[in-house]
Design a protein around this ligand. Structure first.
Ligand code: 9WN
Length: 448
């Protein structure tokens, strides 16, 4: 019997489904991470989203980054959220009336025409801009994409390197867990324990309207997030006092050197060198700076006994003895000493992260750690952005077989979970939001 081909019944390819997620999350100028949980533009989400979007529409990918860069502050910082004025205030907490960027941030040069948060997120942007350019160099040159983005990206890196070297050792510090992007990682438990939480009745969480409480940070975490953000805001978003507090001065605030944040800055500095070269500007100083930063990263954050990088608690002046996935992300760096790269690969595949053994995707936190929880956000679940970074790192260091297996695991899991925000690292069960922006975007990138 002849079977007629029915296009409507044919399974939609993973590529088409991923592109549909990005289409559904597109607002006309940028892409939301999730229509329900995160209805605004997020900084590092947009960078990852642009990396995937370039395969669907290089123009939209350029626009995504341009919208974010248009919200840059005069001091160079790129805010972690750019608020969409047509979204109701109670759809996300903390909303623009909490951050009050245009008034509280005026001394730091916050824009007047758009509302933003006042903290930052990991600097993936120059890397994204370079990859977006490569997708269609003709369009990029015709629109002057890199020529317009370059000074802003350079000012962004300058802000981080000049204002945020709070530990004095050449690396950048974050002043809030939301800045590093892995909000409730057990790495923050120790430095956060010194922060007095804001009273629960002083704010209302909107995330629990959409997400299961057991997959999200706790109320105690939120109390501390609110306290830190409100203190930073009330100080006019100035970084100076945080620098002066180095060496244990002011109690209660949070300053941490994180391996992933700094590794992404270094990867982006290499990308900026390429962008400078493309624009006919000098690139050698950037290259040299990236190498110096790599040396500082190794010097300050490498822990031989753990076989990976750890976070440094700047206030306490010590490494934090917790294994988070951020300590594996420097595998992304081309000039990482060979023996360190080999050790990192062994750690990724060993009992703490289980890649290729107990897990198909790398978890966000130590499988053997006391605080491990397979469902709670950044305390165990596997996320697609960190796995994408590790897939690149494995390939870069010649681990083709492992990279291929990880890529296969990611593609399968992204499709089966309906592009989940994060998944249980053992069972791949979907957690958090589905139709999540960077999961769809990075799936598209892996397919190309
Ligand atoms: C706070 C948007 C963001 C991601 C972060 C992730 C989560 C926000 C939140 O969502 O953080 O910025 O409300 O929990 O932890 O990495 O950028 O997807």
């Amino acid at each position: 019997r002849e079977i007629a081909y029915d296009p409507a019944a044919a399974p939609t390819s993973l590529q088409v489904r991923a592109a549909q997620v990005l289409e559904a999350n597109w607002t006309g100028k940028s892409t939301v991470p999730s229509r329900s949980l995160y209805p605004h533009q997020w900084s590092w989400d947009s960078a990852f989203i642009a990396i995937g979007l370039r395969h669907v529409s290089p123009l939209r990918a350029q626009t995504e980054l341009e919208t974010l860069l248009a919200a840059q502050w005069a001091d160079g910082r790129i805010p972690h959220i750019v608020f969409n004025p047509s979204v109701p205030l109670d759809a996300y907490f903390p909303s623009p009336d909490f951050w009050r960027s245009s008034t509280a941030g005026s001394a730091a040069g916050a824009p007047r025409t758009v509302q933003t948060s006042g903290i930052v997120q990991p600097p993936v942007h120059a890397l994204a801009a370079w990859l977006v350019h490569l997708a269609d160099p003709g369009l990029s040159r015709a629109r002057g994409f890199l020529a317009r983005a370059y000074p802003r990206l350079a000012a962004w890196h300058r802000y981080l390197l000049r204002r945020r070297d709070l530990g004095g050792g050449g690396l950048v510090s974050v002043v809030h867990p939301w800045e590093q992007g892995m909000d409730n990682s057990p790495c923050w438990d120790r430095p956060l324990s010194r922060v007095t939480p804001a009273p629960a009745r002083s704010f209302r969480r909107a995330d629990l309207d959409h997400g299961a409480p057991e997959d999200r940070p706790t109320d105690l975490d939120y109390g501390r997030y609110v306290r830190l953000a409100a203190d930073y805001r009330d100080g006019g978003y100035a970084d100076e006092p945080y620098r002066e507090a180095s060496g244990g001065g002011r109690s209660g605030d949070f300053a941490v050197e994180d391996p992933a944040f700094n590794a992404l800055l270094i990867a982006s500095e290499y990308a900026l060198a390429r962008i400078a070269h493309e624009l006919g500007a000098a690139a050698a100083a950037r290259q040299a700076r990236a190498e110096r930063l790599t040396a500082a990263l190794v010097e300050r954050l490498w822990e031989p006994a753990a076989g990976m990088f750890l976070c440094r608690d700047v206030r306490a002046g010590e490494l934090i003895p917790e294994r988070g996935v951020s300590g594996l992300v420097p595998l992304l760096l081309p000039t990482l000493p060979r023996d360190l790269a080999a050790t990192l690969v062994r750690t990724v595949c060993g009992p703490h992260f289980g890649l290729g053994g107990a897990t198909r995707l790398v978890p966000s936190y130590d499988l053997l750690g006391e605080a491990f929880d397979p469902h709670r956000y950044w305390r165990g679940p596997a996320w697609f952005n960190t796995n994408w970074l590790l897939e690149r790192g494995l390939r870069l260091h010649g681990e083709r077989g492992r990279a291929y297996a990880l890529r296969k695991g990611m593609l399968h899991t992204a499709g089966a979970s309906d592009f989940a925000e994060y998944v249980d690292p053992y069972t791949a069960q979907a957690c958090g939001a589905t139709g999540f922006g960077w999961t769809a975007a990075l799936t598209l990138d892996l397919l190309h």
